[in-house]
Design a protein around this ligand. Structure first.
Ligand code: SF4
Length: 604
């Protein structure tokens, strides 16, 4: 099958071995690429290890559309066993490294082992080296990018960690191009545990495709179609920040550690406020939607904002100044911290402080204290030490009733949507394959515009449908889903793109099976790695069930636990998993995952 370079590059940092392997036809057919490849590799190769040990591996995985001249195709998936959750972790990132990796002749890079001293991997087509990074160790991500560009040229693709990754903060992420971030569940910490500061890639070859001319023509048509879409101009003005005001109006804005769904000062932070301070925009390679909003922050430096980071570092911590949010966000990018988890951790500390559960004080919206906590988190001291491993571990430390308002699922902090009155979105967070992240099923806009308060079977079906498309197809092709979601770029393009790239398209039925296979394999991974697996792992935090909203139009609302439970049971049934969410033998076999059966035991 064309559309693939066909090779996995494997670098072992313990003994310096570098090898190249073929990607089998079966692997291409069954797992497509990106997340599909990563899940299969981790299932086969990473079992029972401490995520920060030498035995863990980190997979940088592209798909058959990555790097081709098609809308928003400059993406790759970074995956590993997560130090934050203990389960499967991944994230996608827009980076020239994704494009260059394919041009250099590899679809996937697997890094294993641990280097004795700080190093980075330099890939230049056939030439692959492990180089000394001691001088870069300790550098912020932007500075490290400068150092690498000074040595290897401005046009290399780079994936880097900052001091947060080096020091293995649980929610350290990977940064590229001074602001693109990926790998929320601690992928940066895994790189740090391997003493791996960066991966840089320069590829000069051509990515082999089935029909180059048709692909180029269809790509051009696709870019053109996006630009004339009705919402395109507004998107260019605000990007994902266009939902801020909508979230506030619909009481789903994360506010005061998800206690509330609307923020009194929302007008100071919303998309229109952003337009007032925006100076530029940037984004991922091969994308004409460039959704990174650049502002001058309160320290007069450039910061890149989107909805998730403004939601979590704004209302969620009581911060009412967009330019101050910009500073916190830029600091997170420089240190290499995930902004969503950071906002949740800060909100957790503020609430713990308010309830006098911790000794140190940090008030809602205290900008200077937030800056200090960011630095202290990276250095594992003071209040930062409490949140070093995320809110789940923080609540174990702090005690009291903090477990009820440590806002995570499976250890991953919830992204910026309050679900007191959004049962479908709560289910989506509950069943997301990496912990509570919106990437896989952003069902909230459909939910609010249809039958918002119901716990219907239709809603469960919608969550699964979106998980198949967003988490299965898009994460594995691997392209950005936002053209489809945000400007209504036609889904019908993608089978055609796959056909021109591979010589074979993908039918609707195959998309469903692909998504189900990947989800079920990832679920199996979680169960294999978590011997104490229980149904409660798929629950959102108690706060949404027990503590009603106190403000706004939806004052008094909570989720209904019994009805959520019913939805969860329906979800399991539709997926062919048992009553505690373990895939059944017939399901595994039907999806071509027969090798998983014996490992899972009881049902499998
Ligand atoms: S829409 Fe935004 S996130 Fe998606 S590829 Fe473009 S710049 Fe990147």
């Amino acid at each position: 099958m064309k559309g693939y370079v066909g090779k996995i590059l494997r670098v072992n940092l313990s003994d310096g071995r570098i090898s190249k392997e073929e990607i089998s036809e079966e692997m291409r057919r069954k797992f497509l690429g990106g997340r599909g490849f990563a899940a299969k590799i981790l299932w086969d190769e990473v079992s029972g290890v401490d995520p920060l040990s030498e035995g863990n591996k980190i997979v940088f995985s592209t798909g058959p559309l990555t790097g081709l001249p098609l809308p928003s195709s400059g993406k790759m998936v970074i995956a590993s066993k997560s130090p934050l959750t203990g389960g499967y972790g991944d994230g996608n990132i827009g980076s020239m490294a994704a494009v260059h990796l394919r041009r250099a002749g590899y679809d996937v890079l697997i890094v294993e082992g641990r280097s004795e001293r700080p190093c980075y991997i330099a890939i230049h087509d056939e030439k692959v080296e492990i180089l000394d990074a001691r001088k870069m160790w300790g550098q912020m991500t932007f500075e490290a990018q400068d150092s690498l560009e000074a040595k290897h040229g401005r046009n290399v693709g780079a994936l880097l960690i900052g001091p947060a990754g080096e020091n293995m903060v649980g929610f350290a992420t990977v940064i590229s191009q001074r602001g693109r971030a990926g790998g929320r569940p601690g992928m940066g910490a895994v790189m740090g545990s391997k003493n791996l500061k960066a991966v840089i890639v320069k590829g000069t070859g051509e990515i082999p495709v089935f029909d180059k001319e048709r692909l180029r023509e269809m790509g051009k048509e696709g870019y053109g179609e996006i630009k004339v879409k009705e919402n395109y101009d507004f998107w260019i003005r605000q990007g994902t920040m266009q939902v801020f005001e909508w979230c506030n109006e619909n009481s789903c804005l994360p506010t005061y550690n998800f206690r509330e769904g609307a923020f009194r000062f929302s007008k100071q932070l919303d998309g229109y406020a952003l337009e007032g301070v925006k100076v530029d925009r940037k984004g991922c390679p091969l994308c004409n939607m460039q959704c990174g909003n650049i502002i001058k922050d309160a320290e007069n430096r450039n910061a890149e904002l989107d909805y998730e980071n403004v939601g979590m570092l704004g209302p969620n911590i009581g911060m009412d100044d967009l330019r101050k949010v910009g500073v916190l966000n830029r600091m997170a990018d420089e240190y290499g911290l995930d902004t969503i988890s950071l906002g949740s951790c800060l909100g957790f500390l503020m609430e713990a402080s308010e309830k006098k559960l911790i000794e140190g004080r940090i008030e809602w919206g205290d900008f200077d204290a937030c800056k200090k906590v960011i630095e202290d988190t990276v250095k594992k001291r003071g209040l930062g030490e409490i949140i070093f491993e995320g809110v789940r571990k923080a609540s174990e430390r702090v005690g009291g009733d903090s477990r009820d308002w440590a806002m995570h699922v499976k250890g991953l902090e919830i992204s910026a949507y309050n679900c007191h009155a959004c049962p479908g979105m709560a289910l989506s967070f509950g069943t997301s394959p990496i912990g509570a992240h919106h990437k896989d099923a952003w069902v909230i806009s459909w939910e609010i515009s249809t039958d918002r308060f119901s716990y219907s079977k239709e809603k469960v079906e919608k969550v699964i449908e979106l998980q198949r498309l967003r988490g299965g197809l898009f994460e594995s092709m691997t392209t950005c889903r936002l053209p489809w979601i945000e400007v209504d770029f036609g889904l019908h393009w993608y089978p055609k793109y796959l056909e021109a790239a591979r010589g074979t398209g993908i039918a609707q039925e195959e998309i469903s099976v692909l998504g189900d296979r990947i989800y079920t394999l990832i679920r199996s991974y979680w169960i294999r790695e978590n011997r104490s697996w229980s149904r409660e792992m798929d629950y959102p935090p108690s706060r949404w069930f027990e503590e009603p909203l106190n403000q706004g139009d939806l004052k008094g609302y909570t989720l209904d636990r019994a009805r959520y439970d019913e939805m969860l049971s329906q979800y399991y049934e539709m997926r062919g998993w048992d009553e505690i969410g373990i895939p059944q033998k017939e399901t595994l076999e039907g999806l071509g995952l027969g090798d998983v059966v014996s490992v899972l035991g009881k049902n499998g």
